[in-house]
Ligand binder design. Structure first.
Ligand code: GTP
Ligand code: MG
Length: 216
C-alpha cells in the first residue's frame, strides 16, 4: 500500500474528545518507550508526524492520524511509566482502556513489545486483558535492528511459549524496526487487507436493478 497522505486530525485527552472518523482505525499501545510513535513515523515515512523521545512518557494524549483520507492510525500514551504519579497513571490507564474497549471503528489493536529486553509480564497481562475484553489484537516486536538474529529468535520462542501457556491468541505477530524499516511493507500490506475494498468501477458500483432478468 502506498501512503499518499498522513495528517494529525485530533490530539484528544479522552474518548469523548475523539472525533468520529467513520473509517477503519488501528491503534498502537505498549509500554512507554517501546516505539509506538516511531512506528507511526515509519509507516507514514515521516520524521516528525508523531513526536518521539529517548525518554519514556512522551505521548500523553490520544493522537489520531488520517491516512490516505481512508483510514486512521491511533497513537496512545504508553503504560508503565514509573515517573508519573500513581494518580496520573490510573488516569492514563482509564483513558486508554476506555478508548480500546469502546471506540466504535477500532479494527485492530497493535500491542508493541520491545524485542531487545526480556519478555515482560506487564505486556502479557495487557494482552490477556485485551483478549478478555474481546478486543482483536496483534503483536508487534519492535527495535529488531538492535540485537542479533539469535536474540530475536529467543524472544520469539519465549513469547510463543508464554502465549500457549496463557491461551492468548493474537490475530498476527509482526516484527519491525523504525531504524532499518524492516517489517514496514508486510505490516502495511496486512493493514491494507483489513480495509474495505473499494468499488472497482469509477463512479461507484452500478445501480442495483433486480427487475431486468426474465427467464423463460
Ligand atoms: P511513549 O510516547 O513514551 O509512550 O513512547 P513510544 O512508545 O512512543 O516510543 P518512541 O517512539 O518515542 O521511541 C522511544 C525511543 O526508542 C526513541 O529513542 C526511539 O528513537 C527509539 N526507537 C523506537 N523504535 C526503534 C527501533 O526500531 N530501533 C531502535 N534502535 N530504536 C528505536
Ligand atoms: Mg509516543
Amino acid at each position: 500500500m502506498k501512503i499518499e497522505s498522513a495528517r494529525l486530525i485530533a490530539s484528544a485527552g479522552s474518548l469523548e474528545d475523539c472525533p468520529a472518523s467513520g473509517q477503519a482505525e488501528f491503534a498502537f499501545i505498549g509500554r512507554s518507550n517501546v516505539g509506538k510513535s516511531s512506528l507511526i513515523n515509519l509507516l507514514t515515512e515521516t520524521r516528525e508526524l508523531a513526536h518521539t523521545s529517548g525518554k519514556p512518557g512522551k505521548t500523553q494524549r490520544i493522537n489520531l492520524y488520517r491516512i490516505n483520507d481512508a483510514w486512521t492510525l491511533v497513537d496512545l500514551p504508553g503504560y508503565g511509566y514509573a515517573k508519573l504519579s500513581r494518580e496520573r497513571q490510573d488516569e492514563f490507564n482509564q483513558t486508554v482502556s476506555r478508548f480500546l474497549t469502546e471506540r466504535a471503528n477500532l479494527k485492530q489493536v497493535f500491542l508493541l513489545m520491545d524485542s531487545q529486553i526480556e519478555l515482560l509480564d506487564t505486556d502479557l497481562a495487557f494482552a490477556h486483558w485485551l483478549q478478555e475484553c474481546g478486543v482483536p489484537f496483534s503483536l508487534i516486536l519492535t527495535k529488531i535492528d538492535r540485537g542479533s538474529k539469535g536474540r530475536l529468535e529467543t524472544f520469539r520462542r519465549e513469547l510463543d511459549e508464554a502465549l500457549a501457556e496463557l491461551g492468548l491468541k493474537p490475530t498476527t505477530i509482526h516484527a519491525c524496526s523504525a531504524k532499518t524499516k524492516a517489517g514496514r511493507g508486510s505490516l502495511l500490506q496486512w493493514i491494507a487487507g483489513q480495509l474495505p475494498t473499494k468499488p472497482k468501477k469509477k463512479g461507484g458500483a452500478p445501480k442495483l436493478n433486480l427487475g431486468w432478468m426474465k427467464r423463460p
